[in-house]
Design a protein around this ligand. Structure first.
Ligand code: SF4
Length: 398
């Protein structure tokens, strides 16, 4: 382990450089993970272990139902109960024959995850810690603002990208989530709302790098868009990434109008590599060209996310460089003042530095917003609650 000297600003905070080396390794593990997930799913099917309904493959359903003399249409009926009618048990599915409901309960779980912690902030933000069927856990958040009901969801357990300021990546990547586990977070959050309300937006900004688990994510989001279910259209879905160029292109080719948010966090390669270690083998220009291509193919303006770390990437010179980088691009910048995390040596920028940063970007004609802080008293930032609870109690509270 070594510390990286802050050459541009001597005397300013230094950045732990260990992840610079582990980030690349973790990325490789993340890529291999989708294959492992497939294998894991197949083995669950073969060995007869319990599965959540949203993760049962179509072929397994068909075989299982035909063995009981039931038609395949039951699949749709059961999923609709969960996705549209908020069923959390088979018992309430009153138009499904009682014997079939008993068989279902013996073999499957309507929802495979369990809520192991639920916190609510004064501003209406809810945060859930969900324990998955293998005992691992992920976080998801419901943000309520005016008429918007936004679900912020995770795509991986942990994260392999190693961004130095992030609580989710502190212990590296454990595994990818399945499509059903991603979808279940939406169901769990939607079920917190009164019955006359629905989720209106999704932001894929929780734990994990979404594009490192793109196949499962696309399956889950397709389901989320179904009008017979959650009915959340692609234009209301934002996918955030540290910038994996080939995956950005794959997402563009998916033919959906998802909003893309690219996490820049720095306006030059040396600083970005210190904050986002995967930048080392990719580079800013590659990330920006992939984002340009996303805009060209989908017509959707790209948002650039920039976490402001006090004394590290919040100098006027950084704002000017950032403006230079984005000039001529149809882009929007979201500035996110750092949410302080216990155990990490970074701090929120001062108000004056923040205001100056914003002013410099605006003067350069860049569209910019500062993200409001939501749910701060419930550790709503990515990975904070999970980390806090897992380090406090061996088995999370029930
Ligand atoms: S900020 Fe996102 S990509 Fe980076 S380590 Fe955290 S979860 Fe992973």
């Amino acid at each position: 382990m070594r510390w990286h000297r802050n050459r541009s600003h001597p005397g300013r905070p230094e950045i732990l450089d260990l992840r610079h080396f582990t980030g690349i390794l973790r990325y490789l593990v993340a890529s291999a993970c989708s294959y492992n997930e497939d294998m894991q799913r197949r083995s669950l099917t073969i060995t007869g272990s319990r599965l959540g309904v949203l993760d049962v493959p179509e072929a397994t359903w068909r075989t299982w139902l035909s063995e009981r003399g039931e038609l395949p249409m039951r699949i749709k009926q059961i999923r609709r109960w969960i996705l549209a009618r908020r069923a959390e048990s088979f018992e309430v599915m009153t138009d499904v024959p009682a014997a079939l409901r008993r068989d279902l309960a013996d073999r499957f779980d309507p929802l495979a995850s369990r809520i192991s912690a639920h916190r609510q902030a004064r501003d209406g933000t809810h945060k859930l810690l969900l324990t998955l069927s293998d005992g691992r856990s992920v976080e998801c958040v419901l943000i309520q603002e005016d008429r918007r009901r936004t679900a912020c969801i995770s795509t991986q357990v942990g994260c392999g990208m190693g961004c130095v300021f992030c609580a989710s990546g502190l212990n590296g990547l454990e595994r990818n989530l399945t499509a059903g586990e991603i979808l279940e977070q939406l169901v769990r959050l939607r079920n917190l709302l009164p019955t006359d309300e629905r989720l209106t937006h999704i932001v894929v900004m929780g734990m994990g790098e979404p594009l490192a688990n793109l196949d499962a994510l696309l399956v889950a989001l397709k389901e989320a868009g179904d009008r017979q279910g959650l009915g959340i259209g692609a234009r209301h879905i934002t996918i955030s990434t540290v910038g994996l160029p080939s995956k950005i292109r794959q997402l563009a080719e998916a033919g959906k109008e998802y909003q893309l948010a690219v996490s820049l966090h720095a306006p030059n390669d040396p600083l970005r590599t210190r904050i986002v270690p995967t930048n080392d083998r990719i580079g800013l220009q590659e990330v920006l060209s992939a984002a340009d291509e996303y805009f060209r193919i989908t017509g959707r303006q790209v948002t650039y996310e920039y976490v402001l770390l006090g004394g590290i990437n919040d100098y006027p010179s950084h704002a000017r460089q950032l403006a230079g980088l984005l000039r001529g691009r149809k882009a929007h910048v979201n500035l996110i003042p750092f949410n302080e995390v216990a155990g990490l040596p970074y701090r929120r920028p001062g108000d004056a530095a923040l205001a100056h940063f914003v002013a410099l970007l605006r003067q350069a004609g860049i569209s910019v917003k500062v993200r409001k802080r939501k749910g701060s008293e419930i550790e709503a930032a990515c990975g904070q609650l999970r980390r806090q609870l897992l380090s406090a109690v061996p088995a999370a509270e029930g």
